[in-house]
Design a protein around this ligand. Sequence first.
Ligand code: HEM
Length: 400
Amino acid sequence: MAKLSTKEGRADPFPLYAAMHELGQVAALGDSSPHAAIVHGYAAVDKVLRDPGFLVTGHEIVARKKPDWRDSPMYNTLLNSTMFANPPDHPRMRRLFHAVLTPRRVSALEPAMTGMIDRLLDRIADLGSGGSEVEFMSEFAYKFPTTVMAALLGIPEEDLDWFRPRVDTVNKALDLGNEEAKAAADVAAAELAGYYTDQIALRRARPGDDLLSALLAAMEAGEQPISDTELIGNMVVTFNAGFVTTLNMLGNGMAQLLRNPDHAHAVSTDPDCVPGYVEEILRYEPAVHLVVRWASVDSELDGVHIPAGRSMLVMLGAANRDPARFPDPGVFDPTRPTGQAISFGAGAHYCLGAVLARTEGRLALPRLLQRFPKLRLGAEPVMNAQLLLRGYAKLPVHVS
Ligand code: HEM
């Protein structure tokens, strides 16, 4: 575990994952570690995520160290969302989102998504004309999913320039957890809550065809209600969850394809192979490498004792490279059977945006390669040095 958090471990965790798999499915970390264990084998990761005895970091857990969490706009926002809620709040909120965030809603967004991609590619063509380098992460990987999330949730596109820096500030506090970042995140979370309070009033008065209006309509139609604070918490978290992850899927995927021209050629010319590529990108370089779970009762996992009240690191990134589940896990093979990677989690908290994320990858990657047949890597890419949301900070490319 200590090695995973070093600079080298973050730069390339995969040799460490391979070494862990040789030792079993779960490793105890000892009493002095903040976490009781690291769960890395596919079967154990899947079991923990599906077992209701293991909880996410909900308010009941945060309250042990921070009883005044409700006074912090950041905590009050995050802890009122599905991602950081346990039963009974979690199933109540999740049911409502599940009822409206449907594959049909995602399909209906496809034409708009294609339009967004083409507009971004027009800009990239201008920026990259004459051989100039274009920074793929900021110009496409960030802008595309944030614009998609705005369209999905019903945030007017002209508000995005106000919206994006505030969302980034909340994310920074999640990543670093330092007090300075948290103070800024409290301000940003309060501003975002104010923004959504106004949007909720607007949609109540004049519904649109967006997710927020659909959530309000579902409650009117008899779905179990959620409070306005929960509605706001979920809107903020869904927006964040919907782009910090997809951003890395697009960056990791593009880097993988550009390093293997045969793969890039296949994705740009054979539509049938694209879903297999998207799945393998998600398995091979997942956007989310770990989640945290807390034992609600004394538990035993693959021979390791987890005392009630202690947490575990649940390593999705390692599970995706478990040789017991994926033969030759270090080989990028888009012909593997699909739907097996655990990149979207499993069980009660399985990603609510999996269909949307896959659709974004399936639409964007071929379109980029078709528009720019000479697309190639530019200066040395820079990794973001995160293990949780592993991806590129900078991915310079040439388009002409
Ligand atoms: C490549 C893209 C994505 C990846 C890899 C990803 C991954 C994940 C994972 C691993 C979880 C489970 C967290 C846990 O078990 O603690 C999750 C949950 C979630 N994701 Fe995604 N996600 C992606 C895209 C999206 C998108 C586009 C949306 C927006 C609609 C979204 C919304 C959510 C929400 C709301 C949850 C919380 C669900 C719950 O707790 O019940 N995600 N995601």
